[in-house]
Design a binder for this molecule. Structure first.
Ligand code: HEM
Ligand SMILES: *[C@@H]1O[C@H](CO)[C@@H](O)[C@H](O)[C@H]1NC(C)=O
Ligand SMILES: *[C@@H]1O[C@H](CO)[C@@H](O)[C@H](O)[C@H]1NC(C)=O
Ligand SMILES: *[C@@H]1O[C@H](CO)[C@@H](O)[C@H](O)[C@H]1NC(C)=O
Length: 334
């Protein structure tokens, strides 16, 4: 094929644009290096303390970041204290937690650089630091997300977030909708190696399902009655519930996955081989998990002039502080 000089310039321009525009929508690990150099160490101190105070908090923070990113992108929309939107979606209501821990980390950052670091970034960093605090892998968090002006709707959350009753195919497609592969989905599910689930999420499985280890079902029935006790907790990984390891995957071939959505990952389908790989090679799980968390953290961020930097993660109301109020009055008269 003969390439004319016009074509040549066209291709050169396209190539230049591809090289300039980063694939992760302008997020960058060094985003706060000059505007708030101590942001990351401040968040880390705050999160480490929270996990020391309560081990389960590590799990809750990882899940909060996931539920933020899957609904309208990683924009801290889930943190808005709203009683009609995504917060009360089936998958979130009486379930997601850790809000006060994220708020405390955010306020620690506000104290050193007010109005600079978004709640969405605080949450993304918190999820990483929480993972590390319970022995999981680390990764470099890309930064520069901005916060949403409003919460997402309950309908959007109920549609986009996976459910514990979803089939393997549905799980794969809900992750594909966020540009995450089946392998990403299995690796990310590995965070069920920490944390707890309520009786209401695994009751049907321990009373009605054939594909469960009978001894495991009996054990779990003790604290999860057939009716009542909906909020009673059980560890998602019964063996090492507070350690971020690959034990979650070891449970699956033994038919000891707690949720139906855990067990479907090892049920004769396409993900069996991935589970098997993560059992025999925990380094492969660690590196896939870290890579998938970075991909998840890149879902539809608000950047540049979109969104805002909230002062309080739970609300978008401006803080009327007398000095900024006076400054804004002055700037009006100038
Ligand atoms: C594959 C689809 C998934 C489904 C159906 C699912 C479902 C659930 C359910 C039902 C619970 C228990 C909630 C409760 O009882 O209140 C839970 C807990 C949890 N999930 Fe998932 N999840 C999925 C994927 C993920 C992913 C991708 C992550 C993170 C990257 C994650 C992290 C967690 C953590 C850490 C907990 C424990 C939270 C705590 O103790 O506070 N899950 N999940
Ligand atoms: C959320 O949970 C609260 C407290 O249990 C309950 O009163 C409310 O009806 C629930 N909201 C939705 C939308 O399910
Ligand atoms: C998935 O990738 C496509 C193509 O790059 C992009 O247009 C879309 O916004 C992405 N979706 C999400 C949820 O990130
Ligand atoms: C039992 O759990 C398996 C997943 O391990 C699932 O495929 C199946 O649909 C469940 N059966 C019932 C009756 O809920």
């Amino acid at each position: 094929m003969k390439i004319s000089s016009n074509h040549y310039y066209y291709f050169a321009t396209v190539l230049a644009i591809l090289l300039i525009v980063p694939s992760d929508a302008q997020l960058s690990p060094t985003f706060y290096d000059s505007t708030c150099p101590d942001a990351l160490s401040t968040i880390r101190t705050s999160i480490r303390q929270a996990v020391t105070d309560e081990q389960r908090m590590a799990a809750s923070l990882v899940r909060l970041h996931f539920h933020d990113c899957f609904v309208q992108g990683c924009d801290a929309s889930i943190l808005l204290d709203d009683t009609t939107g995504e917060r009360v979606a089936l998958q979130n209501n009486n379930s997601v937690r850790g809000f006060e821990v994220v708020e405390a980390a955010k306020q620690a950052v506000e104290a050193i650089c007010p109005g600079v670091v978004s709640c969405a970034d605080v949450l993304a960093v918190a999820a990483r630091d929480a993972t590390v605090a319970v022995g999981g892998p680390s990764w470099t968090v890309s930064l520069g997300r901005r916060d949403s002006p409003a919460a997402a709707s309950r309908e959007l959350a109920e549609n986009d977030l996976p459910r514990f009753t979803d089939s393997l195919q549905t799980l794969i497609s809900k992750f594909a909708n966020k540009n995450l592969t089946e392998r990403d989905m299995v690796a990310l599910s590995g965070s069920h190696t920490i944390g707890q689930a309520r009786c209401v999420t695994f009751r049907d499985r321990i009373y009605g399902n054939d594909s469960i280890d009978p001894d495991f079902a009996i054990t779990r029935r003790r604290n999860c009655p057939q009716s009542g006790g909906d909020g009673n907790l059980a560890p998602l990984d019964e063996v090492t519930p507070n350690d971020f390891d690959n034990n979650y995957f070891r449970n699956l071939p033994q038919m000891r996955g707690l949720l139906e959505s855990d067990q479907v990952l090892f049920s004769g389908g396409s993900s069996d081989s991935i589970v098997q790989e993560y059992i025999t090679n925990s380094d492969s799980f660690s590196s896939d998990f870290a890579a998938a968390m970075i991909k998840m953290g890149d879902i539809e961020p608000l950047t540049g002039g979109s969104g805002l930097i909230r002062r309080t993660c739970g609300s978008n109301l401006p803080i009327i502080d007398s000095s900024t109020y006076q400054n804004s009055l002055f700037s009006k008269f100038e």
